[in-house]
Design a protein around this ligand. Structure first.
Ligand code: ARG
Ligand code: ZN
Length: 416
């Protein structure tokens, strides 16, 4: 019985090993002077701060809001420091654990896939299979490789079957593990594509003429980890001997000005660029797939959250992209289409000037490879809930985002 008890004890500890966020808060700081920026950078060095927006202290500048998550044990210290500073600040989330618990709808839901829930990876796998089987040939699945932990990365190819290769759009979701609204959008998109083909004239013409490749979850290991162990995880889950820190930021690991700015070479940082470009197997698998299909892929869309932005190259340099004017025009058209539904306002522009320079991103990499229409979406919201967007907002967010994605797709189709 002793052994049994010890075993139960171990199992209980293993089951209980889920990060909790009781008493943690998310603050919004408003630096308007150099001293404020210095204050934030010092803060990041002296206490444990999780940067929600922007992603790291290094890219903080005068005039941009900074959202940070602060563990309960540092709150007294932070309040004291803030009192000594004259920087404007507010509390976005009073109690993070309450926000985590409040994210899921209360209405009883059967434990299965739902478009208005944040689905687990297991549910998404089953969903992909059943959607493919019931698509009457409109959708096929292909595995483009495995993740670090061995999960199959499956790309869904949606489009009317054709004997000749069609021009295509590639879209991925879930590069960053904690941005749950992103995979929810990819699933919504697949549902809309399959269910409106044949009735919606734009969708029908799009899928007749083009294929859309959808990767519903890019960083599957990280996504699974946010469901099982730590809701606030961002990176991949790869390990290397020599460092006890896990994972790299997949959106700093692409071969585009790699690790030159807005990224960290410290493996413990949340914006770690990795050991080499494409060191993360998930990044390599996607890059290989896009390189293989380079001649057909006309647009690259990547879905993140939060901030309500529609970004395009470049982020690794302040230089404007050769296609800047056209990319801007399409982004503004897409943003107004999005706004027309619920009034949600998006800001569009090149990454470097619209938010901050950050090298190694998939958008810049795809653009430099020759995929002209390369866009990063940062979906809802602007910080009220941040990564913890309630499930009740999945439907409106996905509906409005569909309008923007369809706007871009229609433009690309017209300009083949
Ligand atoms: N919030 C996104 C990130 O930090 C923005 C990506 C913009 N593109 C880029 N290449 N940095 O990954
Ligand atoms: Zn992201």
């Amino acid at each position: 019985t002793m052994r049994v008890l010890v075993l139960f004890g171990l199992v209980a500890v293993a089951l209980a090993d889920v990060a909790r966020f009781e008493g943690e808060k998310v603050f919004r700081l408003k630096p308007v002077q150099d001293e404020h920026v210095a204050f934030i950078k010092d803060l990041a060095k002296s206490i444990e701060v999780d940067f929600w927006s922007p992603e790291s202290a290094e890219v903080v500048t005068v005039g941009t809001d900074v959202d940070i998550r602060v563990p309960a044990i540092y709150l007294d210290m932070l309040y004291t420091l803030l009192q000594q500073s004259d920087m404007e600040h507010s509390v976005l989330i009073e109690d993070l654990q309450a926000a985590v618990d409040g994210q899921a709808d209360l209405k009883p839901t059967p434990r299965a896939h739902s478009y208005t829930k944040y689905n687990t990876w297991t549910d998404i796998v089953a969903w992909m299979s059943s959607m493919t089987s019931s698509s009457s040939g409109l959708m096929t699945k292909q595995v483009i490789g495995n993740t670090y932990e061995g999960r199959a990365m499956t790309v869904l190819k949606i489009g009317k079957a054709s004997s000749s290769t069609k021009p295509a759009i590639f879209m991925d979701c879930g590069i960053h593990a904690r941005e749950w609204i992103s995979p929810a959008f990819c699933q919504w998109f697949v549902k809309e594509a399959l269910s409106t083909y044949g009735t919606d004239s734009q969708m029908t013409s799009l899928l007749d003429q083009m294929d859309v490749y959808v990767l519903p979850v890019f960083n599957i290991d990280g996504y699974d980890f946010t469901h099982k162990s730590n809701r606030m995880w961002r990176k991949t889950r790869s390990r290397r001997s020599g460092s006890s820190c896990i994972g790299a930021d997949p959106n700093r690991n692409f071969d585009a000005g790699w690790c030159s700015m807005g990224a960290s070479s410290n493996p413990c940082s949340d914006t770690f660029c990795g050991y080499t470009p494409e060191s993360e197997i998930e990044v390599k698998n996607v890059a290989d797939f896009i390189r293989r299909n380079k001649s057909t892929i006309k647009a690259y869309l990547t879905i993140h959250s939060y901030s309500q932005l529609l970004l395009f190259p470049y982020s690794y340099t302040y230089d404007l992209a050769a296609d800047h004017n056209e990319l801007m025009k399409v982004a503004e058209g897409a943003s107004s289409a999005l706004r027309s539904l619920y009034g949600t306002r998006y800001t569009s522009g090149p990454g470097a000037t619209t938010i901050y320079p950050a090298a190694g991103g998939s958008d810049d990499w795809a653009y430099d490879l020759g995929v002209k229409y390369s866009y990063t979406f940062e979906l809802r919201d602007t910080g009220r809930y941040g990564f913890l967007l309630p499930e009740s907002q999945i439907k409106p967010t996905c509906e409005e985002t569909m309008l923007a994605v369809k706007y871009i797709a229609a433009y690309v189709q017209k300009n083949l």
